[in-house]
Every structure is written in C-alpha cells, then in structure tokens.
Design a protein around this ligand. Sequence first.
Ligand code: ADP
Ligand code: ASP
Ligand code: MG
Length: 460
Amino acid sequence: MLLFSYFFSRSVMHKKYNCSPWVDTPALLNHFYNTDRRMGVGGIKKTMSIVVQKYGGTSVGSVERIQHVARRVVQAREAGHDCVVVVSAMGKSTDKLVDMAKEICPYPDEREMDMLLTTGEQVSIALLTMALHQLGHKAVSMTGWQAGILTEPVHGSARIKKINPEPVLNELKQGKIVVVAGFQGWTEDRQITTLGRGGSDTTAVALAASLNAERCEIYTDVTGVYTADPRIVPQARKLKSISYDEMLELANLGAGVLHPRAVETAKNHDVKLVVCSSFVDEPGTKVEEESNMEQGLVVSGVAHDKDIAKITVTKMPNRVGTLSKLFTTLAENHINVDIIIQSTYVADTTNISFSVSGNDLKKTLEVLENNKDKLSYEEVLHEDGLAKVSIVGAGMISNPGVAARMFHELSEADVPIHMVSTSEIKVSCVIPAGKTEEAVNALHTAFGLNAEDQAVVHGS
Ligand code: ADP
Ligand code: ASP
Ligand code: MG
C-alpha cells in the first residue's frame, strides 16, 4: 500500500511562508551617532554604546527579583552603556491570564487574547522602572507601540515588520534607561498584537538590530545554552558558544531557551547575542556566526517538544496540485506544518499525514472541515499526546548512519517512532509524549554529551 513517502523539514515550510523582520534605520540614528565614513561597518562610528538586556519571567518573578534586576541594569549603566531593557511578564503570569480567559470561554477571541496577555509585560515594565528610579536613575517604561514596534496584522504570533528606533533613541538621548515591554507590538490599524509565546527574546534582538546595539544579552533562569534542556537532562553540558544555524535548529525543535525568531533576527542582522543567568554571575553562551558547539562530536545537542499532534487526511485525489492546495490552505490560516508524509493509498487516491503543534490542532481540524469540498478528501484522523525528539549537529553532514543510530537507541529504550524527519543537520522522531524524558536522556548519553557536573537551574 505504501508506495512512497516524502519527508519535509519544518525549515523548508518556514522559509517558504515566513519573511524576516525589516528593521528601519532612519536619519535620526545617524544624528545620534557621529558619521565617519572611515570608521566601522556602514561608515557609522558609535559615540556611545547601546546594550540591550532582556529578562525573562522567572528573572522578574517577584518584587525582590525586580529589584535585583534593577541593580544589574544599573551596573551596566554605570559601566558607561546606554541601556535598553526588555522584560517579560512576572513569573507565570502569562499562563495565569491564559487560564482565566479559558475559564470564561474555551476558545477566546484572538484579538482579545492579545489585549489581555500584553497586560502582563506592562506590569513588569512599570515596576522595574520604579525600582530604577529608587536607585536614583532616570528611566522610562514603554509599551510595544510606544517603542515603535510595528507588526504584521496577525493575532497570537505576529512577526515584526519594522521598528522605528526614534522614540527609544530620544529617551536614551535624555540620559534615561529605557524599559520596553517584550512580546508585543501594534499594527498599521492600531491593533495590539503579540509575537507568540516566548516572544520577548525577539523584541530584544529586533530592538538591538534597529538601535545598532553593541550586543543583546538574554538573562534567564539557566546559565546558558546546554546540550539538552537541563531540567530534563541534569547531566546536560553548557556550551561556550553555538552557531546561529545550530541554535536556530535547536530553537525551532523546541529548545525554549531562545525564541526561534530571535535567533533568526540575530543572524540576519548580525546581532551579537549572549545567553546567561540573571541569578548567578558566570559566563553564558555566545550565539555567533561560526562556532563548533562541540568539536569532534557528530551530535551536538538534543531538543524536544512535548506538544505535537499528527493529522492524517485520507483519500485525497492522487494528482498534481493536491499537496499545494492542502498546504496553501493551511498556510493561509497561519498554521505551521512540520513533518509531512504522503503515502499512495490506491492508484488514484493518496493519504497525507502531517504534524502540527498541539496548540494548533483544533484550528487545523476546523480549517480542514471548512474546506472539505475544495480539498476533496474522505476523512480526517488525528492523534495528540505526541512529542518530537531531535538530535542536532553540523557534524552529521559528513557522518552517515546517524539516523540509524538514533532509531536503534530509541528502540533499545523501548520508544516507538510515529514519524521521522531529517535535514542536513538534524534528525527528528515523533514519539509518545509520555516517553520524552527517557528518549532525550537515552540519546544524550548514547551520543556522548553527558557532563560530569549537574547543570544549574532556577525556578520551577
Ligand atoms: P525566560 O522566562 O527567561 O525567557 P524560558 O523558560 O523561556 O525562560 O527559557 C529558559 C528555559 O529553557 C530553561 O529553564 C530550560 O528549562 C529551557 N531549555 C530548553 N532547552 C534548553 C537548552 N538546550 N539549554 C538551556 N535551556 C533550555
Ligand atoms: N510573557 C510571554 C510568555 O510567557 C512572553 C515571554 O515571556 O517572552 O510567553
Ligand atoms: Mg523565554
């Protein structure tokens, strides 16, 4: 029955349907900097150095934590930098807002969700700014729209289209520390939007690009980027540096330490990025152009994503244009498809299976139902409670047999495989979500990534 299968990596779909943010650099930036054609990239010589720092939810999870962050920011300011600080909502407050909305209606309106969720960041910018005032510093808070962050008109996961750096530069010029709300922007129609969960990282990197900042520092609850999530693999090893490409692959495959679009923006705009802890002072991980995460190792990291759903659309017409019709319909509805498998059922029909984020399952089923006539399938089957485990490493390109080794290790650990996807630098397997920890640990050990010491993590 199964005559042929196609495996597409998410990155192919990603490249096709998404575009990168365009960062504006108006005349004002040139006024703010001395223009000297003999100096520096693009002929702009910096008269002062801007540093963008971003603090995540755990790092600003209480009043004490906010005061601690304020002291860190002041250190950077007193070292002579102009500081732009991007903050997330306090602790788990975004999750709490989502839960409240869902108590009122199971599938809340997306515009109203953005209106609700953006309030979380607004609390932290105001409190952090007050803490900076208490330390005797001039500071001002700004929402996404006040900071000139323009996004596409999509609720829940908008991409940044353009940033006008003028409002932030004007405040910096007056000697203020500027505290910007992460994760939010607005549209040309003056609608408030959010950038997707974890999107404050992207706010920080996009601001760093638009302000031509010296670097962007992402402060979080672990001490850097590790070979796997240190909460799942206590023996995970911290990396001194990682290339943009490998980090992008890990982030897209579920390594939540950085938002994938933050890495993409940093790569596209050459932003110097460093991930470190806001809890302890120790060197973090640099994300940069060329870097060998672990010299000599074929696999340099293991990532997982615990919220995957598989959908099978049965008996679609087996002719040219079927795949295009199906996936264009999903893309038009902003549904990100990951692994795709096509199998010929009988001569004139075909079954198509694909995976989506568990969050998108309901929307995907609705879109398919609404387009049943156009797509002419027989039925839609779905399976949730799945996870994806992936191994990543630039060394795979020249080492055959890595996928076979992964399948072997998973079978030794008694983990069934539902779907597979490969690219030059990664192999991913969809497995039952309940087997995630065993699978990630088995692969981490088998590919020689374990460290001697346990990783340092804070928060829950
Ligand atoms: P923040 O609120 O600071 O943005 P996040 O929870 O978004 O923090 O990201 C930090 C978390 O990312 C860590 O606590 C860790 O559990 C998780 N994580 C997943 N994969 C990795 C990895 N490879 N390296 C480091 N942390 C990782
Ligand atoms: N507060 C948002 C979230 O929890 C954005 C972020 O933290 O980056 O997803
Ligand atoms: Mg985050």
